[in-house]
Design a protein around this ligand. Structure first.
Ligand code: ARG
Length: 596
């Protein structure tokens, strides 16, 4: 059996076991689903474990054939095609199959990694488009920690698919439309009559929003003008449209500050306003298919299996968040031709997305068998007191202030470690930036996104914990390994040994490190399947621990009879570790350092 190197070891094992099971039980076609090897925590259970025997025995029993799980396991093993992956197998307990990997095979794969770098399996992505909807703050409102989570998680999911060769569209679905713009525009025109010539200097949009709201509530005439503005905006009145654009521009500048600092790039703004003139057609289609129900002045739509209907047209004829998301989904599938649509939005909107997806599928906007449409929801951000994340005085935390605080703390940490003695001012700044933003991102990404998340600077910056600070530091150590052998061996010599596989993984720490390195693709393909990023972080932490254990005991330069001997295999392992670690950091959107 030939194994493609960019496929994961797990995938290769699944293929082997699938063939074996089909061969062992040719009359049981449904058995394929049962193949699911895992990598066990304890060494004695092998490098991988296949637990299908019990399940298969159950299936066979249902089909009238009685055979003990251990015998099922034996039969499976008898049918494993000859291959270069598996060194040996054992059957344990009720019928677990423990798989021990062949050292030579691992050596070859590590060697390939050394010479070619990380190669992604692009076979599934050819010509496939992914639309990731993330960040998506609201115009004239503060971008809050929820949007920060969406930005960080969304960017990482987008990076993940991009690495595998998908065409990724990163869409910022900003809330830039709605009746609130009537009052904002009225207030803008009063305060900045020359809004169309100069960008209005609104330093605090939050305050501007509050002032507008107050006037809307208190002043009859203002309220009237606000309503008129809404109508004018919808009919594309040029002056009012410009005022709207001016407000959007002010917000955009604020959002961009956060994106620049976090190095969020490629995000394209296609806000709610974009879908306004497309909504009529969508509503017409729904009406034509008789999917809308008139209900007390409004039009609603029931979606299969969902207890609450969507409001598609409000009393008075206006459209809603439901309408714009139905339209956006239709557009993304049928105009953009997206194959995978991902919405990185807080779990609070879970019902909304269930409604929209079910309604869109009922309306024939997409076919779930063709297009993967998923809400990647995330929990709320909590303060260290486990209550809603607020400043000490009880206000919402401004993101720029949060980022500033991160920088300050990262810088303090560098000073505490006395790093200013060795690093230049520029290096200090780069390190503080990378550590602060890296830690903010990593802390978010390492917890399961579906859970609420406790924001704690102390924890996220802890250089001894499972943090970006720790991992970035480990990576600088790994990278420094090369310096040890500088001038003693050339890249060509290393490469030759890597290619020919003339090294071994005799020490268990070497073997374990190699095994962890080579789990890279398995972890990433699971992340794509589940849209969960935290297993990548867990694996990075495992990797860095495996490296530490290796590095403490397995010397790169060994002294023998007064002579220095370079252990090239270990050098190759270290650089393979650095390669996969760098690739993982790139997916997490975290910039790495050479010194810190
Ligand atoms: N602007 C919305 C909010 O802040 C999020 C939009 C998410 N994307 C979408 N297609 N609905 O809650």
């Amino acid at each position: 059996l030939e194994v493609e190197m960019s496929a994961s070891i797990l995938d290769s094992l699944v293929s082997l076991f699938t063939v074996a099971i089909a061969g062992a039980f040719p009359n049981v076609p449904f058995i394929k689903a049962a193949v699911n090897p895992t990598s066990p925590k304890q060494e004695k259970f092998g490098d991988y474990q296949c637990n299908s025997s019990m399940q298969i025995a159950g299936m066979l029993k249902d089909a009238g054939e009685k055979i003990a799980p251990r015998d099922v396991a034996k039969k499976i093993l008898d049918n494993i095609p000859s291959n270069n992956l598996i060194k040996e197998t054992t059957i344990a307990g009720p019928g677990f199959i423990n798989v021990f990997m062949c050292q030579k095979y691992m050596v070859n794969r590590i060697g390939e990694l050394n010479n070619l770098g990380v190669q992604y399996d692009k076979s599934k992505s050819r010509g496939r488009k992914v639309v990731v909807d993330y960040s998506s703050p609201n115009i004239a409102k503060e971008m809050h920690v929820g949007h920060l989570r969406s930005t960080i998680i969304g960017d990482s999911i987008a990076n993940l698919f991009e690495a595998y060769g998908y065409e990724v569209l990163r869409i910022n679905h900003v809330g830039d439309w709605g009746t609130q713009f009537g009052m904002l525009i009225a207030h803008l025109i009063d305060l900045f009559p020359d809004y169309d010539k100069n960008v209005p200097r609104i330093s605090d949009l939050q305050k501007f929003y509050k002032e507008s709201k107050k006037r809307f509530d208190d002043e009859e005439d203002f309220k009237k003008r606000a309503y008129e503005n809404v109508v004018k905006l919808q009919s594309h009145d040029p002056a009012i449209h410009k005022a709207w654009q001016a407000i959007c521009e002010v917000s955009r500048i604020e959002f961009q500050k956060v994106y620049d600092r976090l190095q969020i790039t490629g995000l394209k703004e296609v806000g709610e306003s974009f879908y306004q003139d497309k909504m009529n057609a969508v509503v017409d289609q729904l009406k034509k298919r008789d999917l809308l129900e008139f209900d007390d002045g409004r039009y609603i739509m029931w979606a299969p299996g969902i207890e609450i209907p969507l409001t598609v047209v409000k009393t008075g004829g206006g459209y809603t968040y439901d309408t714009s998301d139905l339209t956006a989904l239709n557009y993304r599938v049928n105009e953009i031709k997206g194959d995978i649509l991902i919405y990185v939005v807080d779990c609070g909107q879970e019902l909304h997305f269930r409604q929209v997806f079910a309604a869109a599928s009922k309306a024939g906007f997409y076919d779930a068998a063709q297009t993967r449409v998923e809400h990647a929801g995330f929990g709320v951000v909590l303060g260290e007191d486990k209550k809603k994340f607020k400043t000490r005085s009880g206000e919402t935390v401004r993101l720029v202030d949060l980022l500033d605080e991160g920088i300050k703390r990262a810088n303090d940490q560098l000073l505490e470690r006395g790093r200013e003695k060795e690093l230049t001012a520029q290096e200090m700044k780069d390190a503080a930036d990378a550590v602060a933003y890296g830690c903010i991102k990593y802390a978010d990404l390492k917890s399961n996104r579906k859970n609420d998340y406790v924001f704690s600077f102390d924890q996220m910056l802890d250089i001894r914990g499972n943090t970006a600070a720790y991992l970035l530091y480990q990576l600088t150590r790994i990278r420094s390994v090369n310096r040890k052998v500088e001038g003693k061996i050339t890249d060509e010599e290393i490469s030759k040994i890597a290619t020919s596989g003339q090294f071994d993984l005799a020490d268990p720490r070497e073997f374990k490190l190699a095994k962890t390195i080579l789990r890279f693709h398995e972890i990433l393909s699971q992340a794509q399947r589940d849209l969960l990023i935290h297993p990548i972080c867990e694996w990075m932490y495992d990797l860095s621990n495996a490296f530490s254990q290796f590095y403490d005991k397995c010397y790169i330069i060994e002294k023998k009879d007064g002579k220095e001997e370079i252990k090239v295999g270990r050098l190759i392992l270290a650089s393979a570790t650095a390669s996969v670690m760098e690739a993982a950091f790139k997916i997490l959107g975290i910039r790495t350092l050479h010194k810190m």
